[in-house]
Design a protein around this ligand. Sequence first.
Ligand SMILES: Cc1cc2nc3c(=O)[nH]c(=O)nc-3n(C[C@H](O)[C@H](O)[C@H](O)COP(=O)(O)O)c2cc1C
Length: 354
Amino acid sequence: MVLFEPWVMGPFTLANRVVMAPMTRNRADDDGVPAPYAAEYYRQRAGAGLIVTEATQPSASGRGYAGTPGIHSDEQEAAWRVIGEAVHTEGGLIFCQLMHTGRIGHTTLLPEGTPLVAPSAVRAELLVENSDGVEVEAEMPSAFTIDGIHSVIEDFASAAERAVAAGLDGIELHGANGYLLHQFLSAGTNVRDDEYGGDPKNRARFVVDLTAAVAERIGPERVGLRLSPGGKFNDMRGLDDDDTYLALLEGLEPLGIAYLHVLRRRSTPLHSELLRRWHSTFILNTGYFGSSDQDELEMHLRDGDAHLVSVGRYFISNPDLVERWRRGVPLAEWDEDTFYQGGPHGLIDYPAAT
Ligand SMILES: Cc1cc2nc3c(=O)[nH]c(=O)nc-3n(C[C@H](O)[C@H](O)[C@H](O)COP(=O)(O)O)c2cc1C
């Protein structure tokens, strides 16, 4: 099966075509330091061709949820070093997903006096959790100044540098699911009239500038980008236009980054176009609304829909997912109650098949 074949991605050789999708698990402490048992969690899952970590904030001002880790302090970097070593000891590869949540989040989760910022002052019409875990209406964000944009780009570049200094193999920029990067791409959340908004090229500019800055700092072969074109999660309302993604690809082309990771609910002409125009590794995630079933994923690889496929929830409950698929061992079901809570329970106590 193609699923079990290795894949060369720049300097990295992935043992198979199955990527562990990024999944927030909310076990970090109040300072954004990953839990000590996070190393065991990722070590158990090192049989994936590549692990993409839970979303991690590049600065304290990018934190949108309690319990998400950061990678902007020495203490956090030290914890990530232990995680990276654990995965490498098992022969795995690990990229850290960097996420700034933009308008999603709450000021009580940010350092005192830090405002919620987004491309434009467009409020998300949904409930968010504040620092006490209470659900409240999302707040109106303020629009980024140009200086603010430059400083958030610098935050990402420094965080990427820390990830590599900690021994992780690279980083993935979270451009999906209605967080900051996606907010810049979509016409519904970006109503700026400067060079970062207006037409497709301008809406794509933030992601291009950010990717360029990060790639320059750690090398393009260590940078991936996740996108969810047309995704509605986090009150995005599917208002992205295809031209923005085509402009984005044009801007990314000269940078030569490692991969594009696309979430797709169903195939659209845009997806075929992204695949046709993308020159390096293409990762597909068809989960949530589609399926992460082995046969279907194999079919996507055979049909040339992607070079790699990513899988989320099966990796929560099956640390040795690829091995189980290889040997035809039935899969364990996941427990949603411990997705975002439970400490080590639901994180490191799903057994491997013997
Ligand atoms: C508990 C949980 C946390 C998630 N956190 C993230 C995240 O931090 N970053 C991200 O890009 N996607 C996140 N996702 C989405 C997954 O990466 C993936 O796209 C989704 O689970 C669908 O794939 P699946 O059907 O194989 O689980 C999360 C999904 C789950 C279930």
